[in-house]
Design a protein around this ligand. Sequence first.
Ligand code: ZN
Length: 292
Amino acid sequence: MIPEQQARNLLEEHGINSLPVNPIALAETLDVSVQVHDYGSAFEGMLVVNADSILLGINSRVQNQHRKKFTCAHELGHLTMDIGVDGGTFQCAGKDMESYSKKVDVVEVRANRFAAELLLPKFLIETSVKDNELSWKSIKDLAASGDVSLTAAAKKFIEHTDEACALVVSENKMIKWFQASPNFLFKMDTDGRVLSDASKANGMFANGRAMSDFEEVSALTWISSGSAKRDDKILEWSLPLDSYGRVLTLLWDDQGIAEENIEKEMDGDSDNSFDPKYGWETPTFHRSKRKR
Ligand SMILES: [Zn+2]
């Protein structure tokens, strides 16, 4: 069973059907002792399960309230999915909770997916996400109703929206990670990529002006040239630098240009302006044609 389903089942078993979800209260109903304590710098959250007790520790050095909640939800993920009959112990560092990438241990990624769903479960947010327009205002409203961080709300919004959009998180003018919605068909090379000078996000690191809506930029500002053409446009809405030193960006292919490009390519109607060094991944029959 996927971790999201495990989280939804836990909520359902305890009759939780409104936001915000309080994971600490939920832990207590599971007979878990929750302790907020200064554990030093080795880990942010821990779980110790033995024959007659369950201890869930949250490091008091974690200042941010949303982060504390997420840490608690993450440990509940281990309790639900990773503890066998003999009990067990988990000590989870900050980096375990930040990343959903392949570089992080699969058990930690699973606990993060569980935690994200526990705090903003599909059955409580999907309808409102689909009914609300894509904007930072909608995402801020979602964050407020779930009492979660803006990043957590943005991830879930992107997961459920029908719009072709993506969330990009940048740090030190580098793309740290991005998440695309199911309908976002552009491809992005993100590994260690430096932000283009032409992006609004780049300007935010130099105290750029606040944006109150999407603005059009060349798609190639963000999208790899294997999947966007010279004249393609995309909408960007970046927020000013946050207290973690990050810039959050929404990208929106509101015209469905990526899909058009793929269709044209399949029809053999390409104007050959794709940069061949990136190759073109779909469709395969076209790639084989190109090799000749
Ligand atoms: Zn963990």
